[in-house]
Design a binder for this molecule. Structure first.
Ligand code: SER
Length: 316
C-alpha cells in the first residue's frame, strides 16, 4: 500500500511496485479526490486521510496489507510557511503507519532526506552516522522519523527501513514545495519558454538522484537480506551532486538558446546551504548493494526529451 501516492514519488512508485509485485497487489491511497481519480486511471486507488487512524486501519485489514510505503509529507520550503501543519501531517501519518505496521505485521518504508542534516553536519562526504541538527521543521520531522523507525524495530520488531533521499529529479508528477524542486522545474521551463529563473543560489551544491534510481533503491532496500543490514533508518544514497549553475551549463550544452537568471529566495538559500554538498553512501552500497545507474549527462538527456514531449502534448 502506498500512502500519499499522488505525489512526485508515489506517482512513479505505484507502477514500479505493480511491475514487481503485480497490478492487483498494489493499493494507491491519497487524500485528494482529484488525485485519487488520476491514480485510478492506472492503479487500484482509494481516498484516504492517513491522519484518520480508523479509516486507515480498515483498509490495512480489509486488503491484507503486508507492506506500507508512507510518502505523506509537506516538503522543506512549504513546511517553513506552516511548521505546525508540517509537524502534524508528517508525524501524524508516520505514527499511524508505524502503529499499523506493528499491529498488522507490515514492513514499512518512509523516506528520510538530505533535509535531516543541518548546518553543523560535515558537508563534504557527509558520513552515514554523523551530527544531525537540522533547522527546518521538515528536517526535525525526518530525524524524528528515523529515530522512530529504529525504535519500532528494536522495541516491537517492526521491519522499518528507509533511505535519505537527495533531491529527486523526475518527469512524472511535479514535486511541490521542496528546496531541490528547481532541478525539475528547469527542464519544463526550458521546453516551454527557453529560460528559467532559479530561487536557489547559483553555487550551492546538493545531492540529487534520478527517479529510476530512487525507485530501484526503494524495492532493493525493502527486499534486502535483513541479516546484512547494520543500519535501517536511514541510509545515505546519492548518484550526483551539482550546483544550479553546473546543471544549467549542462542543459545549455544541449540547448544553446537556453538562458537563466536568479531571484534567490532567502528561505531556500538558508535551507540549501545547511544541507550536504555530497553524501557518502558507502553503507548503502555495502549493506544492500546500492548501485545507481544515472549520472548527470544521461539524466539531462532523458529529462530534456521527456519534458519536451510533455510540453508538446499540452501536459505542462
Ligand atoms: N526534495 C526535498 C526538499 O527539497 C528534500 O528531501 O524539500
Amino acid at each position: 500500500m502506498v500512502v500519499g501516492a499522488g505525489g512526485q514519488i508515489g506517482t512513479e512508485l505505484v507502477p514500479h511496485l505493480q511491475k514487481h509485485y503485480g497490478y492487483d497487489n498494489v493499493i494507491a491511497a491519497d487524500l485528494k479526490p482529484e488525485i485519487v481519480e488520476r491514480l485510478g486511471t492506472f492503479s487500484r486507488a482509494i481516498p484516504l486521510n492517513a491522519l484518520e487512524m480508523e479509516a486507515y486501519a480498515r483498509v490495512v485489514k480489509k486488503e491484507n496489507i503486508d507492506a506500507i510505503f508512507n510518502l505523506v509529507a509537506l516538503l522543506s520550503a512549504t513546511g517553513e510557511k506552516n511548521p505546525q501543519l508540517a509537524w502534524n501531517l508528517n508525524m501524524g501519518a508516520l505514527l499511524n503507519s508505524l502503529n499499523l505496521a506493528k499491529e498488522y505485521n507490515c514492513s514499512i518504508f518512509t523516506p528520510s532526506s538530505i533535509g535531516a542534516f543541518g548546518e553543523n553536519t560535515p558537508h563534504d562526504m557527509t558520513p552515514q552516522d554523523t551530527v544531525m541538527r537540522p533547522n527546518t521543521i521538515y528536517g526535525v520531522c525526518k530525524v524524528t522519523g528515523e529515530l522512530l523507525g529504529d525504535y519500532y524495530h528494536s522495541r516491537f520488531g517492526v521491519d522499518a527501513r528507509s533511505v535519505r533521499f537527495p533531491g529527486i529529479i523526475s518527469n512524472g508528477a511535479l514535486p511541490g514545495g521542496g528546496t531541490t524542486d528547481y532541478a525539475v522545474e528547469v527542464f519544463y521551463e526550458v521546453a516551454k519558454r527557453g529560460r528559467y529563473t532559479c530561487e536557489v543560489p547559483k553555487d550551492t551544491y546538493m545531492d540529487m538522484l534520478y527517479m529510476p534510481d530512487a525507485l530501484e533503491a526503494t524495492t532493493q532496500l525493502m527486499e534486502a537480506d535483513p541479516s546484512k543490514l547494520i543500519h535501517r533508518n536511514s541510509f545515505n544514497i546519492t548518484s550526483m551532486s551539482f550546483t544550479p549553475e553546473q546543471l544549467f551549463e549542462a542543459i545549455k550544452k544541449r540547448v544553446p538558446s537556453f538562458t537563466w537568471d536568479y531571484n534567490v529566495d532567502p528561505v531556500k538559500a538558508q535551507i540549501s546551504a545547511s544541507w550536504p554538498d555530497r553524501m557518502d553512501d558507502s553503507c548503502a552500497r555495502n549493506e544492500w548493494g546500492w548501485n545507481p545507474k544515472w549520472g548527470l549527462d544521461e539524466m539531462v538527456d532523458d529529462m530534456l526529451a521527456a519534458c519536451r514531449k510533455k510540453v508538446e502534448n499540452g501536459e505542462y
